[in-house]
Design a protein around this ligand. Sequence first.
Ligand code: NMX
Ligand code: MLT
Length: 435
Amino acid sequence: MDKIKAKFETKIGPAVKEVKDFLAQYGDEKLGEYTVEQVYGGMRSMTALICETSKLDSEEGIRFRGYSIPELQEKLPKMPGQKQPLPEGIFHLLLMDELPNDDDVRRLSNNWARRSIVPPHVFKTIDALPMSSHPMTQFVVGIMALRTESEFQRAYRHGINKKDYWDPTYEDSMNLIARLPRIAAYIYRRVYRNGEHIEPDPKLDWAGNFAHMLGFEGDEFKELMRLYLTIHSDHEGGNVSAHTVHLVGSALSDAYLSFAAGMNGLAGPLHGLANQEVIRWTLAMRDELGGGLPSKEQIANYCRKTLNEGRVIPGFGHAVLRKTDPRYIAQREFALEYMPHDELFLIISRVYEVVPEILSSMGKVKNPWPNVDAHSGQLLMHYGLNEYDFYTVLFGVSRALGVLSGLIWDRALGMPLERPGSTTTALLKEKFEKK
Ligand code: NMX
Ligand code: MLT
């Protein structure tokens, strides 16, 4: 057994016991009450899931196994002489609940490099799609084509004991994480670079190699990828992509099925697709206003026009957060350090100054502040990754780190089939109108 898997296995017994003991003592305690409005309203603020890897605080933002983004930037291993955390490190933290050292991340880098070969039929399947298919469609199709490799699927057919489900789930998840950058880069080069593909360089770290396969060799872009792939990895359990992976996985669908399902959710414009929508919206505004840096008044008028058309301002608002997303701040700090005079950054900054007041004045928007997607596209555009339809694929590669460590834990903890109840308006009316 490889050292990473062996280390993970030592964590399972104590965690299972902890949950069992906790449930024995507190299983009958009430966690809260909920209203009819919450049931109709997308279950906001109802705690109904267990997600061990991260927790979102509405004021403070995300903590990954208890660590904030600035703490991760300080404590996770980095490339020599560099500043941004290696995504291998966040995966180690999420999976093991333990900060990694340099050896741990090197071992993960090497392990993923060894697992990274993508079978040719996956590329052929992607090639069968029209070039005009959205990159997220191609990404999901690629993941599904890769399912031929599922060890869980094989093990289940051979009658695996339920105590061992975590093992092939770990294998599938590690293989997927290792191969996703290759699939994503293949799609990028296929659609936007005349199909001129770049072979992986196994000597590079996971994010550095991804940047290399995309065709971006600069050190700064590689640092951006390390930051990007770290901060997009996890956002507790209730967001659409994480919840979907957990839900589909609860049917014992393997990691390929579950992750692909989650990516279909990430591809929605209210979730991860918002990163492409932000750039589309911002460039359309700039063009309509004649180019250059628009004034605050021009931006405000453009926002009002968007709202009057019954559209949302992409990149603003959140179902849980009530402050500026710390992932936005981390990206803004990156921009301030590496590209403070970039015109698009100045526009994004000015939008940040204008939009919250306008959204607040509507009286219904619970969070007028920017989320992660309000900034990521600008950083990518700065380095020449201009093809914004591709941006959600980058988000998806990162999200794999969080949701797949969650899925491994789901199987290790023996999480059951998720099957909440539902009701009808007629039954609810009958229940309350009788009173
Ligand atoms: N622009 C215009 N209206 C908004 C916005 C916005 N950015 N955010 C919320 N609202 C509206 C929302 O549509 C709703 O209107 P109505 O009652 O007419 O249906 C009202 O304000 C109340 O919504 P909230 O309770 O504040 O937000 P909710 O929790 O329902 O939705 C989002 C959260 C993220 C879906 C919402 O803020 C939004 O649509 N934002 C823009 C899209 C976006 O940036 N999504 C990315 C989220 C992060 N991610 O990566 O997933
Ligand atoms: C995410 O990263 O998943 C988004 O911010 C959406 C969410 O948390 O609901």
